[in-house]
Design a protein around this ligand. Structure first.
Ligand SMILES: NC(=O)c1ccc[n+]([C@@H]2O[C@H](COP(=O)([O-])OP(=O)(O)OC[C@H]3O[C@@H](n4cnc5c(N)ncnc54)[C@H](O)[C@@H]3O)[C@@H](O)[C@H]2O)c1
Length: 445
């Protein structure tokens, strides 16, 4: 075990008192019925890159509009207002009312309780998801919450409990958008129907480039720096395996219809010289029921390669699925995604080699499974509200987050860790954000 593993391992299972769970009161008048001709009014909490991106996809729905914004910082709010006012102008309705822009550490409560909203879209840093979702569910609003469902065992369990409270009354989606991507949906359907036979083993990888943010001005407080740069902060993001490789762990759970029972792992911060304390690679071997082993390899560094893929090896064939590339099955029942009737970009299989799309490509060209993931996911969320056929993805989201936490714990401690042990641990990551009193930030933005 390295020094790094030992240091984190000690901390990993330390439990500290969590904030008491909030009392939940569903307000039935805010739960939408089946009025298909009225718009779902959404508020965005966390107006950064992902929130704005998903909200742009969601805004394409003719019966949905963003009417409120919440963020810690006014620069983020201002940028988002400009963006959503542009969308509103194109759709022919009014922009964001400044009265519905909530700023500061209590913005999450204000947006949760805002009576002009049917749904809240949470896209804040990972650590905050359980607390923010708790406020939204307590206020009786539908929610699209980004993954992961927290950064520790306590957070993930809390979201699972919130799911039980929302069951049948609210739509609660968690941001695993690949589960809505048509090529993946078709592949998993075929695997579940037996196209590759009995699965013996799988290999999954997430090979990512490093993340970048604009440099922060001199004098930015350490607290603000941590929150603005949360991806690089092990507690606020859960480290790269929980924040990012989680997506492929979720795909493995989906295909194998279960969670891993145990894991061994390793990893470290070997070449990374950017800010923060996250690792740059993880290697984990998960054991699923029936002794199916999944080897996960995760790298987040450099600017040269981005490729995400899974291969499932079965008695009758092998599946191969890339975010940007082939999604198909080799073997007795061969199949591959044909672009869904759209022309396939010649660059689709070669993102890993740094090729970019060519300017001449026709509109509607298929580039990869991610193309339709957000549009399909957000459309399904809006329609679940409009039709009253509510989603509840809390348990599945929590299970995938806990699976990634299992892998992280195995890698941090350098020993075999079981699912039962992780669940029993009450693991809590203390962000030490001055007791979560973020009020000092109100002055700084
Ligand atoms: N599903 C996916 O594929 C995917 C992809 C990228 C990011 N994400 C997730 O989306 C979330 C946001 O990521 P991002 O890339 O947009 O990050 P970002 O840093 O660009 O945006 C986060 C926003 O939240 C605000 N914020 C921070 N703390 C807050 C608080 N306590 N209250 C209110 N606002 C707060 C920040 O000011 C910022 O505007 C993360 O959970 C991330 O894991 C998901």
């Amino acid at each position: 075990m390295s020094d790094e593993q030992r240091k984190v391992g000690r901390r990993d299972f330390i439990g500290k008192a969590a904030a008491a769970a909030g009392l939940m009161i569903i307000k039935p008048q805010l739960v939408r019925g089946t009025a298909a001709n009225s718009s779902v009014r959404v508020g965005l909490l966390g107006c950064g890159g992902r929130g704005t991106g998903v909200a742009t996809a969601l805004s394409q729905h003719p019966n949905a509009r963003y009417v409120a914004l919440g963020d810690l910082f006014s620069d983020q709010l201002d940028k988002a207002k400009q963006h959503f006012d542009g969308i509103a102008a194109k759709k022919g309705y009014a922009g964001i009312d400044p009265k519905l822009m909530f700023k500061g550490p209590k913005a999450y409560q204000a947006i949760a309780e805002c009576d002009q909203l049917d749904a809240v879209h949470i896209a804040t840093p990972d650590f905050f998801h359980p607390e923010h979702l708790s406020a939204v569910v307590a206020a009786g609003k539908h929610c699209y919450c980004e993954k992961p469902t927290g950064v520790d065992v306590r957070g993930a369990k809390r979201i699972k409990e919130l799911g039980k409270k929302a069951e049948g009354r609210l739509s609660l989606d968690i941001g695993f958008q690949i589960r809505c991507a048509p090529p993946y949906v078709e592949m998993v359907k075929r695997i579940h129907a037996g196209a590759i036979g009995k699965i013996a083993q799988a290999s999954a990888y997430y090979h990512a480039t490093t993340l970048t943010y604009p440099p922060r001005p001199a004098g930015t407080s350490p607290l603000e720096l941590r929150i603005r740069n949360f991806y690089w902060d092990r507690v606020l993001s859960g480290d790269i395996i929980v924040d990012q490789a989680l997506h492929v762990v979720d795909i493995c759970n989906w295909v194998l219809k279960d969670h891993p029972l145990k894991a061994i792992g390793t990893g470290g911060r070997k070449v990374r010289d950017d800010w923060g304390n996250i690792w740059d690679h993880f290697d984990v071997i998960f054991t699923y029921p029936d002794n199916v082993r999944v080897s996960l390899n995760h790298v987040q560094w450099g600017t040269w390669m981005w490729d995400v893929a899974e291969r499932f090896f079965g008695s009758k064939g092998v599946s191969e699925s890339h975010y940007s590339g082939i999604v198909g099955i080799y073997g007795e029942e061969p199949w591959s995604w044909d672009g869904g009737g759209r022309p396939i970009s010649p660059s689709a299989n070669f993102y890993a080699l740094g090729r970019k799309d060519t300017a001449e490509e026709a509109a509607g060209t298929f580039h990869g499974a991610l193309d339709e993931a957000d549009p399909e996911k957000t459309k399904a969320f809006v329609e679940s509200i409009l039709t009253g056929k509510y989603h509840n993805q809390a348990a599945q989201g929590a299970e995938s987050t806990l699976s990634a936490i299992l892998g992280r714990t195995a890698a941090y401690t350098g020993r075999e860790v079981t699912w039962d042990e992780v669940l029993a641990s009450d693991q809590y990551y203390d962000p030490e954000l001055e007791g979560l009193d973020l009020s000092s930030l109100e002055q700084s933005s």
